[in-house]
Design a protein around this ligand. Structure first.
Ligand code: ATP
Length: 141
């Protein structure tokens, strides 16, 4: 298995489940959050965890973020922080950026600034559930 280096910014429910699953699968995961308690809690399920405000250039560049194979921006509610973070990651030359969008407008901005993959958690999950319901064996239990 190829081991890649991932950074997950924002350790809410969404970021946590991504970080935890990647780590369980043997990948290297750095968890980052501005909230110290969330970083402490993450130490159990990531390779490393750091407290940082990723809207601050100094903080984000000192982490050496450009060496990661993929960075996941799991900040949702604070749209400004999410957009600023992605802009800084782009400026620093991060290869692959995945970001969570709160709504269509947020997603459009993330797309304009060069986010590689935009996730709409509720919409995407709703589609997944519908697809599962439509699969032929789903209701034959
Ligand atoms: P979820 O819906 O995934 O549970 P949430 O409801 O906790 O998330 P969000 O606003 O999406 O809320 O924030 C996700 C995480 O991002 C939080 O833990 C928050 O502390 C973190 N976060 C917000 N702004 C920044 C920032 N500038 N730098 C680093 N982390 C941040």
């Amino acid at each position: 298995m190829v081991i890649r280096q991932y950074a997950v910014i924002g350790l809410g429910r969404f970021g946590t489940s991504i970080a935890r699953r990647l780590h369980e699968a043997g990948q290297e995961v750095l968890g980052i959050d501005v909230n110290e308690e969330r970083v402490e809690a993450a130490e159990l399920y990531v390779t490393h965890a750091v407290v940082a405000d990723t809207t601050e250039e100094k903080a984000i560049s000192s982490i050496g973020i450009r060496n990661f194979d993929c960075v996941i921006v799991a900040i949702g509610n604070d749209m400004q922080a999410s957009i600023l973070t992605v802009m800084l990651l782009k400026d620093l030359g991060v290869k692959k950026i995945i970001a969570k969008a709160l709504d269509k407008r947020h997603g459009q901005v993330l797309d304009k600034i060069g986010t590689d993959l935009i996730i709409y958690p509720e919409r995407d999950m709703g589609e997944r559930v519908a697809n599962q319901l439509l699969s032929p064996n789903m209701l034959n239990y």
